[in-house]
Design a protein around this ligand. Structure first.
Ligand code: ZN
Length: 1189
């Protein structure tokens, strides 16, 4: 091929269809080659070597002589769609084109120096290509989010062929996850960081990920997904060299790396060796599945060597089809990798794919595919999506079973068929509507799975288990199929002058003066926002596509030199700042821009007066597996959300969040609301940072008025509630409470702490002083803007002018009803508190009048001379019941509780020093009901047996020998419970209980059977199969399903084996670190109801680790035996006291007085009514505890 390696082209400004700012020169294509050679000297020196055979960016010294000209093993897996010579555009400043060998497969566009090269100069995931554009002269542009690659073909025909194939790849699996070179979201990189490559001055960002090593020029490139090359580790070998150096040898090249430290070198070597091991073993499953000829091509499009499978559908498919399968959701298609999800591939599952597999599964799924709809290797992602949705979600091409539509017959047929080995028939039945979980009418074998199991049909069991929760094909699909992108809203047009600064890659921290802005004529038209030097110019200086905008933020007035400014964030992580002094112009632009990038489905957000609007990925509730796209807007302290596939918006009141935190490792913002947790992911750094900051600010005490504080569910500022609460517990007997001044510096510090983040301030006796806290409350009210009574304060004050009491009351009533919501709730809570305080004035000397003198000026923020302020407060406290329409029954109950608290505290020895930690705890009897509450003081020495007897005694419950009363730790959220061992100390358990947990006393019905079982054993140990599931990281993408594993439990450890024949355990845990609970939460879909949840707490102090995993037994007996074995081993063989009833009387004779150490009435459960709840049980008979004393 006669070809000139360099051509002169006229110098012209490169053309970009993407962002291009006039204020900065976008880098030209930053090839690694250029930058590296630049550092070596002048890049021009190297021009002559462009056509040499060695790859220039890699040093030649590591080259292996005469590499075998065999095919790249990786390329056998992924079909090359097109390859050939192209000219690539010159680097910046140069006029000379570079000749490149370009190779395109479904995943990557790569170019090489020569056709023989194995390692590319540049690797661009097709998923990151946003457009392919013809630009004349046989040239075309490949556009990615941040960079445009210009190529030139030899002829127009060649050019149009490239453009066509490239376009067909564009948009294929264009989800954001696949932006990464490391397509599979289940795989996280094992190691990444900078490494020096011998011979190069600049370090390369190196990523070891699964079975590959990727080289990038920089972290920036890594994040954008554009790399230099990838190294398949199945041909790799790692050799340590002296010092910090090591070699990665492949048949084609030696990569001589130098790590920063020797320690890091060790880590790199280990990571790469792991990667090699993984690469080698990864082929095991794939090779086996491919041994069936039909499984060697994609079930949907025919691409060779498909590496993905739907384990519930029984088909194997290629990566591009896998993207569309994933889009169907796991309830339709459970997508797993043959190479990477190794653990999923049990022997049964592999056998199932021999039985079903592409050929037989397609006999069902693709029985009626019209040729016009069939996919080809080259089909576009649009076509794939349409076909795969029709095929599996709608069941459009399936072979209908003769019994279709007859549910009873289908179920019946299923029950019969699962006893045979005909899995294909089962597939047909299930996907034509037979119910996998149907009733068999056999109580011993209640479901088809049990039937199949009983008949030894493992593959049937496997298939049914995989489809336990599968959604049936249905043709009436009401959800939008295109979930990744959205409908472009109708075209919006707007134009005018705005002032603009240069775009930025980091958040704006400083005020931008007017001189930093330039006046630009801005045009919003047809989905483009462009800006021009003036309205006379025809060529824009730069601009943005609307679909590139991910966030629009409106700054508070006067943030910058121009009064009104707003920021646009692009998905390539640029920030654009615009400003104007005219509020209307700013408002118009904000509305127009928002309208043109917010999709129709989220347009309800446009009606809000937002400070920030845009798209983010999130996970929540039942959907922790995959993140979804949501449209968010922030209005004051409310975050409005339009979640994907939901046509309504939701609102989160950020000030009422229970928790708000950022997980720094993975840039996730965690918002915990009552009832749900939302995880917002930092998909891009720049706009995420903006969101996180804005949300945190909005969730804090964002202002000086009552309603801008962090609030409780009941709309009371958190600070008010916490102070009242503390004073009620510890201050009601304190003489002169609210009149005495605390320590000024401490008060100021505490108040500041509350202002910063009230939710995180926990008041504790010993740490905080009653007088400090009471003064914090007063100072809060004194400082609050507008005061508690708001703008109508004067009307309240003048009400005292009415001499008639009932007139005053009805006037207060009226004024109260006119107060804003938060003020109402706060005033009511405060008056309730003050009412209680004065009811105990014999102890604290703060009667009605004294309180009124203190609180009048405080609440009305007067100087103390207005006598009316005190009178209003006096009225409000005195007529508290009438004015606030209080339920007297409740009030009495509350006062009884306080009496109880005081009585308990009176029993303390005031000179005994700080509280030694007895706790008052609520224990439920038999079930969690208010009337079943028992209130018990738990001294440090109390055992579970003592607690049990105390409550039984108190309720006068007589106990028989075989009544195994036991105290359980119950967790409602996890749906688990654990019987405490009779000798177990209760107090540490009480301390560790979360808000979802409580103690419950009930008979332990399994105990008898467990004791019988243990008595029959000579040595306590157990082994056998259980179904096992591990809870990975809460945010992990896959929690997997239950798998059969073999377990051995000895008196030191629990060991897990892959199967019975394995001779080396996969995992081993020390028995001391395990806590075993009955039950598994239903959300995890345990295969049987005989489950155990095991909590592992690592012994290592420095890193508290808590893991959950789940064991599922086939029968109740099995489960009891495992549990009994655990209990016996963990308690040295003592599971139940030998002389149960005798131990009872022993406990009884223990003098109760000894337990009255220092009672610390720290609330145990963090609800707003914690005090009330925790003491409530006593109100019926508050003194019961003292009776035995
Ligand atoms: Zn395919």
């Amino acid at each position: 091929m006669a070809y000139k390696t360099s051509l002169m082209v006229p110098k012209e400004k490169p053309r970009y269809n993407s962002i291009c700012s006039d204020d900065e020169l976008l880098d030209d294509e930053m090839d690694c080659y250029e930058s590296i050679s630049e550092k070596r000297g002048s890049w021009i020196d190297d021009l002559g070597s462009i056509s040499t055979q060695n790859s220039i960016y890699l040093p030649t010294r590591g080259f292996v002589n005469a590499p075998p000209p065999r095919e790249d093993p990786a390329s056998t897996l992924i079909a090359v769609i097109k390859m050939g010579w192209l000219d690539k555009n010159p680097p910046q400043g140069s006029l000379i084109y570079q000749r490149r060998w370009v190779k395109l497969d479904a995943e990557y566009l790569r170019y090489f120096d020569t056709e023989k090269d194995i390692y590319s100069k540049r690797i661009i995931p097709t998923a990151s290509i946003t457009g392919v554009i013809n630009v004349g002269d046989q040239k075309f542009e490949v556009v990615t989010h941040n960079r445009t690659f210009l190529f030139r073909a030899e002829s127009d025909a060649e050019r149009s062929e490239w453009v066509t194939v490239l376009r067909s790849c564009v948009g294929a699996s264009r989800t954001q996850q696949s932006m990464d070179l490391t397509f599979n979201p289940c795989v996280t990189s094992e190691m990444k960081g900078y490494l020096e490559l011998r011979g190069l001055r600049s370090k390369l960002y190196t990523v070891v990920c699964a079975d590959k090593v990727f080289l990038y020029k920089s972290t920036e490139d890594y994040r954008l997904g554009i790399g230099i090359t990838s190294i398949d580790m199945n041909v790799g070998n790692v050799k340590e060299v002296a010092g910090r150096a090591f070699d990665l040898t492949t048949p084609y090249r030696i990569f001589s790396f130098v790590a920063d430290t020797e320690q890091l070198k060790d880590q790199w070597v280990e990571a790469m060796r792991d990667s090699i091991a993984e690469a080698l073993s990864n082929y095991e499953v794939a090779e086996r599945i491919w041994s069936l000829p039909a499984n060697q091509i994609c079930a949907d499009c025919g691409t060779a060597k498909p590496e993905w499978a739907a384990i519930n559908l029984g088909v194997v498919f290629c990566k591009r089809c896998a993207g569309e399968h994933r889009g169907l959701g796991p309830s339709v298609s459970k997508v797993r990798s043959l190479k990477m999800d190794k653990k999923v591939w049990t022997e049964d599952l592999i056998q199932l794919f021999f039985t079903l597999g592409n050929e037989r599964a397609n006999e069902f799924w693709a029985a009626n595919v019209p040729p016009s709809e069939a996919l080809m290797v080259s089909s576009s992602s649009e076509e794939r999506r349409r076909f795969i949705t029709a095929k599996y979600r709608e069941g459009k091409y399936r072979r209908y079973h003769p019994l279709f539509g007859n549910q009873r017959e289908l179920n019946n047929a299923l029950c019969i068929n699962v006893q045979s080995n005909d899995v294909c028939e089962t597939l047909a039945l299930v996907f034509c509507g037979a119910d996998v979980n149907c009733d068999t009418d056999d109580p011993d074998l209640p479901c088809p799975i049990a039937l199949a199991q009983y008949h030894g049909q493992n593959l049937q069991v496997e298939f049914l288990t995989q489809n336990r929760n599968t959604e049936l094909p249905r043709s009436e699909v009401d959800v939008a199929i295109d979930t990744v992108h959205y409908m472009a809203p109708p075209s919006i047009t707007h134009n005018g002058f705005l002032f603009k600064t240069g775009s930025m890659a980091r958040p704006i921290a400083e005020k931008k003066g007017k001189e930093e802005f330039s006046r630009r004529w801005c045009v919003l038209n047809d989905g483009h926002f462009s800006y021009y030097e003036s309205d006379k110019n025809a060529t824009p200086n730069g601009g943005l596509k609307m679909k590139e905008i991910v966030c629009l933020a409106v700054n508070p007035p006067e943030t910058h030199g121009y009064d009104h400014t707003f920021e646009l964030y692009s998905d390539s992580e640029r920030l654009y700042l615009f400003g104007t002094d005219n509020p209307e112009i700013a408002h118009e632009w904000v509305k127009s821009i928002a309208k043109s990038f917010i999709p129709v489905t989220a347009e309800v957000l446009l009606l809000k007066d937002f400070q920030r609007i845009g798209r983010l990925r999130y996970k929540d509730g039942l959907n922790l597996e995959t993140s979804r796209l949501g449209w968010f807007c922030l209005v004051g302290s409310n975050l409005h959300i339009c979640l994907e596939q939901q046509n309504r918006d939701e609102t989160i009141d950020l000030q009422k969040l229970l928790e708000l935190s950022i997980q720094p490792d993975n840039d996730v913002l965690v918002l915990v609301e009552r009832g749900r947790t939302l995880y917002i992911e930092g998909e891009r750094k720049l706009d995420f940072h903006g969101w996180a900051t804005a949300i945190q600010r909005a969730a804090g005490s964002s202002g000086d008025t009552l309603s801008l504080q962090q609030l409780t569910e009941a709309d009371i500022p958190v600070i008010v509630e916490r102070c009242i609460h503390f004073t009620t517990q510890y201050g009601l007997t304190s003489e002169g409470i609210y009149r005495k001044s605390g320590v000024n510096s401490r008060i100021a510090a505490l108040l500041e702490e509350f202002r910063r983040n009230a939710r995180c301030v926990w008041l504790k006796e010993g740490e905080h002083q009653v007088d400090d806290v009471s003064n914090v409350l007063k100072r809060f009210f004194r400082d609050i803007e507008e005061g508690l009574f708001g703008q109508q304060a004067d009307n309240w004050l003048s009400t005292t002018g009415f001499s008639d009491e009932s007139m005053r009351i009805s006037q207060y009533n009226l004024l109260f009803s006119n107060l804003p919501r938060v003020n109402q709730a706060t005033l009511r809570a405060l008056m309730n508190h003050l009412y209680c305080v004065q009811r105990f004035s014999d102890l604290n000397q703060m009667n009605l009048h004294n309180l009124a003198i203190v609180f009048g000026p405080t609440l009305f923020q007067t100087d103390g001379k207005d006598y009316n302020a005190g009178r209003v407060i006096e009225d409000l406290i005195q007529h508290y019941v009438t004015i606030f329409d209080v339920n007297e029954q409740q009030l009495k109950r509350q006062l009884d509780e306080i009496t109880y608290i005081i009585k308990l505290r009176e029993n303390l020895n005031p000179k005994a020093g700080p509280a030694s930690g007895d706790f008052i705890c609520t224990v439920y009897l038999e079930e969690k009901r208010e009337t079943a509450e028992q209130h018990v003081k738990i001294p440090a020495t109390m055992t579970a047996a003592e607690l049990t007897f105390e409550i039984l005694d108190r309720r006068k419950i007589s106990v028989k020998e075989k009544d195994y009363w036991c105290c359980f730790e119950v967790n409602d959220k996890e749906e688990t419970e654990r019987p405490l061992h009779y000798q177990e100390k209760v107090l540490p358990i009480v301390h560790s209980l979360g808000t979802d947990s409580y103690l419950l006393l009930k008979k332990y019905f399994s105990m008898e059977a467990m004791l019988v079982y243990l008595a029959s054993k000579v040595e306590v140990s157990k082994h056998g199969m259980m179904k096992f599931k591990e809870e990975r990281n809460l945010l992990g993408l896959s929690t997997g399903s239950f798998h059969d594993r073999y377990f051995i439990l000895t008196n030191t450890s629990l060991r897990l084996y892959k199967d019975v024949r394995s001779n080396r355990p996969e995992r081993e845990w020390s028995i001391k670190c395990l806590k075993v609970y009955h039950g598994i939460k239903k959300k995890l879909r345990p295969p049987t109801c005989w489950g155990l949840t095991v909590v592992y707490e690592s012994e290592k102090q420095e890193k508290q680790e808590r893991q959950h995993w789940y064991l599922c037994c086939d029968t109740q007996t099995e489960m009891r035996e495992w549990f009994a074995t655990f209990m016996s081993i963990q308690n040295g063989g003592r599971v139940w006291p030998a002389e149960w009833l005798k131990s009872r009387s022993a406990s009884r004779s223990a003098p109760l007085d000894s337990r009255f150490g220092n009672v610390s009435l720290i609330p145990l459960r963090g609800s707003e009514n914690e005090m009330r709840n925790s003491v409530a049980a006593f109100t019926a008979d508050p003194l019961a505890l003292f009776r035995n004393a």
